[in-house]
Design a protein around this ligand. Sequence first.
Ligand SMILES: C[S@@+](CC[C@H](N)C(=O)[O-])C[C@H]1O[C@@H](n2cnc3c(N)ncnc32)[C@H](O)[C@@H]1O
Length: 270
Amino acid sequence: MSELRQHPVDLRTDIPHPARVYDYVLGGKDNFAADRVLAEQGLRINPQIRTTARENRAFMTRVVRHLAAEVGIRQFLDIGTGLPTAPNVHQVAQASAPDARVVYVDNDPIVLSHARALLASSPEGRTDYIDADVRDVGRILSSPRLRSTLDLDQPVALLLIALLHLIPDDDRPDRILAELLEALPSGSYLALTHLTADFSPDKMNRSAALLRQNGVDMNLRPYAQVDGFFAGLEPVEPGVVAAPRWRPDSDDPTAADADASIYAGLGRKP
Ligand SMILES: C[S@@+](CC[C@H](N)C(=O)[O-])C[C@H]1O[C@@H](n2cnc3c(N)ncnc32)[C@H](O)[C@@H]1O
């Protein structure tokens, strides 16, 4: 962690930031020239990136709706929130459960400023925002904002949507998850998505290499490693699958596995 504190994410707009590159790919406006240049280079190598981003957001919508409407979860901790892109987690959750409470966490200051302005809760529910790095679990869990918004004696859905592939093995993503889940009671859930080269190795490895050359630490992982992030949890059907196959709204998934190239899964803490 000492290295993190020495090199916090700063407000540089001349170098690409993952949140803003992703915003551009999703068709958003909260990005700068450096983000757009990198995104366009990536799209030339791998035009499916737009499908990946869309399917990732669609999974987020389905899983949050499932948790709020069918499981009865009322508290969400969304780490690696990203720039606001409707619908956001609290909008999906509060559409089913107006009293749902959501804490957003991100380490990008531009995400922070937009989130404070835009992520406004329903009157019955609550939202708050923590500026923290997922690797600093202690900072997240001890945050007064988290403690005043979420009751950690009641189940919480922990969301890491398109985040863990930005965390290298050396930073022990498995341990980060274990520490976060340790703080949550039985009946809590983990939902995550994770980019992979399993379905389309050439294009995905080339676009990941481009991101790494531009300072974005991209770690594509195979099925076994992504599935391993759910160790100790009860798998929820259909397990870890390509995102379009996770409880699709219609019988036909909206994209092929190779076009999505992102795994999605949900697990329950026993
Ligand atoms: C690809 S975006 C995903 C946004 C959103 N969760 C979604 O799936 O639509 C990844 C987000 O994680 C944030 N992020 C990257 N590294 C992080 C870290 N170490 N700690 C916290 N947030 C991080 C980025 O700033 C960005 O907003």
